[in-house]
Design a protein around this ligand. Structure first.
Ligand code: GLP
Length: 241
């Protein structure tokens, strides 16, 4: 694992966007694995800025997102598809027919997950996977205790994740309690992984994933076993490393 210490959120975002840009420049038809949450917003903003300056071309890029709430449609303001459209798809020249997010409206979980897993294979696998980090060490929606060998699957969200993400909904009752997520196995098959981490409240979990044992109770600890992981973390998150 390479750890790049960034000064602050903006610096973290620029460094992560630089790595993604390099990927797209080196391989214009790259498959990018993308993430939601508040952490990647600055990274997407930076990519949009460089696109507008003419430095980046996404026309041949394919994107596959990590996860989606079950029950939310693309136009629901809290769906991850909506988030991606708002922060990236609608602002750059990505071809929407190649921007994929698990289908939250497919109620047949095994169908939704099998199809998504096949899709990731069909597009040739992920060249670069961007990840955020949950406060409990989750990646995508792989909550503590998830088996490392899981592929795309349906999950029941833990109370700590419901708590962390309820701020985006009018009330916790409106928040979906389940999601589809790429599994740890799917994530680990990406050729390169970039994990971005910001703020002091993630400092302790960041230390555990880098220095602690590789255990399902800390899902992101599995990244220690991948051969091309770059962690870009701001100074506040790096407090203990
Ligand atoms: C959600 C997403 C994760 C994300 C996490 C952290 O639970 N499913 O992919 O990494 O939130 O979010 P934030 O960046 O807002 O802390």
């Amino acid at each position: 694992m390479r750890v790049i210490k960034a000064a602050d959120y903006k610096d973290m975002s620029r460094k992560a966007a630089n790595i993604i840009s390099a990927q797209v420049i080196m391989k214009p038809n790259a498959v990018l694995g993308l993430a939601t949450g508040s952490t990647p917003i600055g990274t997407y903003e930076q990519l949009v800025e460089w696109y507008k300056k003419g430095d980046l071309d996404f026309s041949q890029v394919t994107t596959v997102n990590l996860d989606e709430y079950i029950g939310l449609s693309h136009d629901h303001e809290q769906s991850y598809y909506y988030f991606m459209n708002k922060h990236l798809y609608s602002k750059v020249n990505l071809d929407l027919s190649r921007c994929y997010v698990p289908n939250g409206l497919e109620m047949n979980a095994s169908k939704a997950c099998t199809e998504y897993e096949q899709l990731v294979k069909r597009v040739g696998g992920v060249d670069l996977q961007l990840l955020g980090l949950g406060h409990n060490g989750h990646i995508g929606f792989n909550e503590p205790g998830s088996a490392f060998e899981m592929t795309t699957h349906a999950v029941t969200l833990t109370s700590s994740t419901l708590d962390a993400n309820k701020r985006f909904f009018e009330s916790v009752d409106e928040m979906p309690k389940a999601a589809y997520t790429m599994g740890i196995k799917t994530i680990m098959q990406a050729k390169k992984i970039v994990l971005i981490v910001s703020s002091a409240d993630k400092a302790e979990i960041l230390k555990r994933i880098i220095e602690g044992p590789v255990i399902p109770e800390v899902p992101a600890s599995i990244l220690q076993l991948h051969n091309d992981v770059t962690i870009v973390a701001d100074a506040a998150a790096c407090k203990y490393i």
